[in-house]
Design a protein around this ligand. Structure first.
Ligand code: ZN
Ligand code: ZN
Length: 342
């Protein structure tokens, strides 16, 4: 059963968009405003859209046009009538997020910050920030797994302490050997993993961290007016990945505070409890494809904190002119080959 749903304005029948500044749902036509609770109540009162029969086929509830989406789209806009639509089966059952952080920076604020950011990156090619590009700046919810792992760490090793005593005739070197066994309970919190395979890890990590005190229960009302992706990374995959990180990290944790001249050993981590939550987190994103180079560039901004990360097209003329002046200092940048990452 495939349902596409638009959160309708209870006043005029148009649609509602979540407005971060006001923390309300606002109708762009009649300017009516509703709290999240009011909007959700009107949502529940509305009868469910009829099933369309095919799992990958959705129709806009407002104009009936077919919605063109990729496999991970969960919220989008109708290409024809521009109404925001949520694909209900992509945010329910196993894909129902455990929580989300709403946008705190609205479109206007995002455009402003983007312009300020680019004004400092003078060697970025101009076409990247033409008016046309700015219109493509999209508010997107990306799926993540946030995990909390509890477990037992264990370290077995051997340490030595070497001391030297000098007499008039001899240097006496004493080596003391220590068997070291340490074990303890370890808890890892807020381990983040992207839950969308195609999402560039450098970028998705680049805009972290988010402030999780603003975490709210998932609500389709908060998606309204934004794009959203559903996860395509399973809970199991994410957990395995987090356990691996815990495993790599446990040796450092278990040998903290040990002072030996040499130390050899190995550590293990055994998970006793894993708690993973599926979250949707907001970002403002601009992608730009250069056909001549067949290269994709990105700009991504944390929709809550404004942290920025990007891979932008470089105006080589400008950069090389400075490189000639600055000599080897720019070499590191050039080595990245056609793109800069912040
Ligand atoms: Zn309205
Ligand atoms: Zn439509």
């Amino acid at each position: 059963m495939s349902q596409a749903h638009t959160l309708k304005c209870p006043a005029c029948g148009a649609y509602l968009v979540y407005e971060p500044e006001k923390d309300k749902l606002v109708c762009p036509f009649c300017e009516a405003e509703f709290t999240q609770e009011q909007a959700e109540a009107s949502w529940n009162a509305e009868p469910a859209a009829p099933a369309q029969g095919h799992t990958h086929e959705y129709h806009c509830a407002s104009c009936g046009a077919e919605l063109v989406t990729d496999d991970t789209t969960a919220a989008t806009f109708c290409y024809y009538c521009h109404n925001p639509v949520t694909l209900m089966d992509r945010v329910s059952d196993e894909f129902h997020p455990d929580g989300m952080i709403p946008f705190a920076i609205d479109r206007e604020g995002a455009v402003e910050r983007f312009k300020t950011y680019l004004s400092k990156k003078w060697f970025v090619r101009r076409e990247f920030f033409s008016q046309g590009s700015l219109e493509k700046l999209s508010g997107v919810f990306y799926p993540y797994w946030m995990g909390e792992l509890s477990g037992e760490g264990d370290y077995q090793g051997e340490g030595t302490q070497v001391s030297v005593a000098s007499t008039p005739k001899y240097d006496i070197i004493t080596t003391r050997y220590y068997d070291i066994h340490r074990s303890g309970k370890i808890q890892y919190r807020q381990m983040m993993r992207k839950a969308l395979e195609k999402c560039d890890r450098k970028l998705s990590d680049g805009v972290h961290p988010y402030r999780f005190n603003a975490l709210r229960p998932f609500s389709t009302a908060l998606l309204s007016g934004y794009l959203a992706h559903k996860r395509d990374v399973s809970r199991e995959t994410a957990q395995t990945d987090m356990e691996q990180e815990a495993q790599e990290n446990v040796k450092r944790v278990m040998t903290q505070g040990l002072h030996y001249d040499t130390l050899h050993g190995s550590a293990t981590f055994r998970t006793t409890e894993a708690n993973l939550r599926y979250l949707l987190l907001p970002a403002w994103v601009l992608t730009f494809r250069n056909r001549q180079e067949d290269a994709a560039y990105y700009y991504m901004m944390n929709g809550q904190t404004g942290n920025v990360c990007g891979k932008l097209p470089i105006h080589w003329g400008k950069l090389l002119a400075v490189a000639a002046l600055a000599g080897a200092a720019v070499c590191g940048l050039l080595c990245l080959g056609g793109a800069l990452l912040w």
